[in-house]
Ligand binder design. Structure first.
Ligand code: GLU
Length: 442
């Protein structure tokens, strides 16, 4: 017998998967909708920013070392390129989905706008656990992915870079593969390359350094005295490690650090340099590492709730949600990951007086030095490290102050202010081509 369903049930069946499949992207868009309430934009601009400009889903099929074929899902999404070529990293992670890549490409659009670099936003990803691949398999995967998306990228249209679980060696393979396909040398097609292949000095620690620049610029405004400020860092990869190390150098007290294997907490302080060494020698297990006092092991979730002054989520998205937002004790959250705080959690934290320094500002240092790398590639003239770091600091500090002033002016949270700042620039670029008001003039 055929099962009868009511309209409501049928609706639920068809709507649920659809709602699930773009959950992250919809959450990301909520921030934009909120910013529009403070800074109304022309309906034309809203239309332009509604959906990703283009999305490509590919099957990356490679031969494994044992001779078998295996297929991996790959994506590249270009969200918007009104302000310049689209820009954004490539993520390798077993949970990568089109929804996630769309959200990440959306964030890149606003990130580039808020710091004022002339790029739009894009992102790519492959659904893969890199720990399961050998190095030769990883190389084949990276080269084949570039073959699959080669028509979509280019130094003047869309410029990839590293993201989670991709690094400069992978960028080197990818850039080489692109050169082979196009039969030329196009160093500006990818950033985050090894120095010897046209990379920029200062790119490796740029995201962590930019985050440090933002926090330090706010010290006076937030009455932060580094020596009296306790910091917990979730994530000890390229971003979390360099931020922890640079904050430690500036006098901050790093009291907790974690990676995907778990974390370590010592209220008397941890030296990030020696902890990194320990991590490399102990198969990534941080627990038991020597610290300034007595340390205790800690889960990633516990770390978020510690009695610290500054919390730095530098790992995955969706770490602070409506479930744990009320337990956050930090006064400042410096978002070095993309999307670590959900929209619901944002509201709770804001109400509780916790200042969230938003991802699109706090972690923009990486893409800013990627921009410098691209400029150096396009001109063929390479800069000294000091020049890179000085220019980075200048851009990060200028953006921080603009966002702070907008926050004060609009009496909103800092994330909304960052979106407003970005919207001003995006609107300018989109409206420069004329709006419906212009075309309706007699
Ligand atoms: N993946 C980094 C980010 O999310 C850097 C992107 C880039 O350099 O293009 O900002």
């Amino acid at each position: 017998m055929e099962l009868m369903t009511t309209d409501a049930e049928q609706n639920a069946q068809t709507l649920e998967p659809a709602e699930e499949h773009d959950k992250l992207f919809r959450d990301a868009r909520r921030r934009l909708n909120k910013a529009i309430q403070y800074f109304p934009i022309s309906p034309d601009v809203e239309e332009q920013l509604k959906y990703p400009k283009s999305s490509l889903a590919v099957s990356v099929v490679i031969r494994m070392d044992n001779g078998a074929r295996r297929a991996f899902k790959g994506f590249r999404v270009r969200y918007d390129d009104s302000r310049g070529p689209a820009k954004g990293g490539i993520r390798y992670h077993q949970n990568v989905t089109l929804d996630e890549v769309m959200a990440l490409a959306f964030w890149m659009t606003f990130k580039c706008a808020v710091v004022g670099i002339p790029f739009g936003g894009a992102k790519g990803g492959i659904c893969v656990d890199t720990k399961e691949l050998t190095k030769t398999e990883l190389e084949r995967l990276s080269r084949t992915y570039i073959e699959m998306i080669a028509d979509m990228i280019g130094p003047e249209v869309d410029i990839p870079a590293p993201d989670m679980y991709t690094n400069e060696i992978i960028m080197g393979w990818m850039s080489d593969q692109y050169n082979r396909i196009k039969r030329g040398k196009y160093p500006g097609v990818i950033t985050g390359k090894p120095l010897s292949l046209g990379g920029s000095l200062g790119r490796t620690d740029a995201t962590g350094r930019g985050g440090m620049n933002v926090l330090r610029r706010l010290e006076e405004l937030l009455n932060i005295v580094p020596q009296e400020t306790k910091v917990a860092v979730q994530g000890f990869g390229n971003v979390g490690y360099h931020c922890a190390r640079l904050l430690h150098d500036a006098g901050y007290k790093i009291v907790a650090v974690s990676n995907s294997e778990g974390g370590i907490y010592d209220p008397d302080g941890i030296d990030p340099y020696s902890l990194k060494k320990w991590e490399q020698e102990h198969k990534e297990v941080l627990a038991g590492a020597p610290t300034n006092g007595t340390s205790q092991p800690m889960s990633n979730q516990e770390l978020l709730k510690l009695p610290v002054d500054v919390l730095v989520p530098a790992a995955l998205e969706n770490q602070i949600t409506a479930r744990n937002a009320k337990d956050i004790q930090a006064k400042v959250v410096l978002e070095l990951a993309n999307g670590p705080v959900t929209a619901d959690a944002d509201a709770i934290l804001h109400e509780r007086g916790v200042l969230v320094i938003p991802d699109i500002l706090a972690n923009a240092g990486g893409v800013t030095v990627s921009y410098f790398e691209w400029v150096q590639n396009q001109t063929g003239f390479y800069w000294e490290l000091e020049e890179v770091q000085e220019k980075l600091q200048k851009i990060m500090e200028k953006a921080t102050i603009s966002v702070w002033e907008t926050m004060t002016e609009y009496k909103c949270d800092m994330r909304t202010a960052a979106y407003v700042e970005a919207l001003k620039k995006l609107s300018g670029a989109i409206e420069a081509h004329g709006t419906r008001y212009y075309f309706n003039l007699p």
